[in-house]
Design a protein around this ligand. Sequence first.
Ligand code: HEC
Length: 257
Amino acid sequence: MKVPRAIRPILVVALAYAIVEAGIPAIGALLKPGTWPVVPAHLARIYLFFIANVVLLYTAADEVLWGRVRGELRYFFGADEVRVVRTLVIAAISLAGGYVAYDAVRPRLETPPELRAIHPAPPASFSIGGKAYDLSTLNNPLRADKSKFADHVKAGAELYFKNCFFCHGDKLDGKGHYADAFHPRPANFRDVGTIAQLRESYLFWRIATGGPGLPREGWPWMSSMPIWHRFLSETEIWQVILFLYDFTGQAPRVRDS
Ligand code: HEC
């Protein structure tokens, strides 16, 4: 079968596309059974861009070849006897372009991804009123003296019921009186997904700086969690933390795992 010259470069590019999209992954699958590696779309586009350019240069470099390709193109776009084919090809290209554009803008009913990081990485350090706290070394100072532990927990309980239970609930389950009004809802400390996974230093940072202290990756975060360092002393924050763990029977995550 004789393929017209003008079509050949297009076929070469199409073949290259097939190799990049299916050939390379197929080889990958053979090398590593059970997988189907893909060539990232932007990388595939770069390959094809270079391949198309090389094909174009190759075709244009030879006077005779280029002359023939041009002749065939002129024939395709000018001759009466290929009018029907020409019309079909042009219509197909236009429709394909139209479909790509339509596909890019058409509204899709997909559930929006949960963009928020619930427990974003804390900063390495933060400061309150000039005092800097290094989160990698910060520990709850109230755990040192065991004899005062019960007093601190009691003080923490009072603080909790004066300040936190409206939102976090009297059972620490995140079902306080105001809870339904907030999105995201106040944290449920009984859930193993909250304080049990966190270090005390993380809680200290979250309680001290509240919703506004969350880093950018927490966006869009409309947290109503107040900035507690404005109302509680450093010791009071540590006391309420002891209470949260003591009441729920959870243990804080320890350094470094
Ligand atoms: C006005 C309501 C409100 C009050 C009052 C409130 N919180 Fe919160 N708190 C929230 C909300 C909402 C969240 C969840 C969003 C977030 O993490 O910022 C939260 C999250 C937290 C977290 C983070 C938990 C996690 O898993 O990351 C801690 C810790 C916390 N609160 C402790 C407290 C303590 C202690 C108090 C009292 C001193 C308190 N909160 C008072 C609304 C409140």
